[in-house]
Design a protein around this ligand. Sequence first.
Ligand code: SF4
Ligand code: MG
Length: 318
Amino acid sequence: LRGVHKRYGVGGGLMARRRTLTAVAGVSLRVERGEVLGLVGESGCGKSTLARMILGLEAPSEGEVLLDGRPIASLGRLERGRLVQPVFQDPYSSLNPRRDVASIIGLPLIVHGVGTVAERRDAVAEMLGLVGLAPRHAEAFPSQLSGGQRQRVAIARALVLRPTLVVCDEPTSALDVSVQAQILNLLLDLKERLGLSYLFISHNLAVVHMLAGRVAAMYLGRVVEEGEAGRVLGAPQHPYTAALLASALTPDPSLGLPAMRLGTVFPNPLALPSGCAFHPRCPAVFERCAREAPALLPCPGGGRAACHLTGQDQHQAA
Ligand code: SF4
Ligand code: MG
């Protein structure tokens, strides 16, 4: 991703002024071949919008999405499908209830006219085995499967064209905890066996820690910190990442950042705060923060962070 922005017009009408919602505000990121990049942040931070642009489901308002070095807009559907595929959160709504498992997994091959009937049947059988489903599941319908089995079908469908990158958007969030671990282990196993790369989006930092080699944290449409997973999750440089980690240790992480620790609620994305967008909630805020937006700059200990208190910025200022 090179300088990617995504803006939506919202509202408007007779009396109301049309306003702009900025979902992604200038993100540059790379996923290397064979790598798992974890993308973390509260809901509404732009993670899923970013995913949809990488999948070609939405076009950026500004900037470029490249797959294998080529602009995504220049790729045909089959080329794109062989480079990137999605696994979404809810395996039930993403599977057609009227199709059996074999036809769900084989559909991308039919849509793109890949292989003969016999070859497609073999490919589906191979995918079933790879994702740990039995041959008899080929004739089952989604309603006859458990949540974990349905997610295995969704993974098989994503992999049948043998993409190099898989965008996983909260792939285990809808599953029982016991099943989550099985699906995460399956994803790790498939990554090794098929040489896949993942962009792994999750609000669950423990899950990200288990899979990702590198982590990027997003806040209000921007990457605020990025680096090696052990460093970002072990010794975060950005106050937002630190707060995200602290909130993950509270009994109910779904409640988001603890208000007592950080002050105000999640800001309105229609009216982004001036300077550093995190400043109204930041426990380390100082005078410069509301005036000046920090750039994402290298940190002395590795990785990059966008905060006036870290990175090269501080050294330049000093
Ligand atoms: Fe906090 Fe200021 Fe750093 Fe933003 S720039 S994260 S407000 S200390
Ligand atoms: Mg989302």
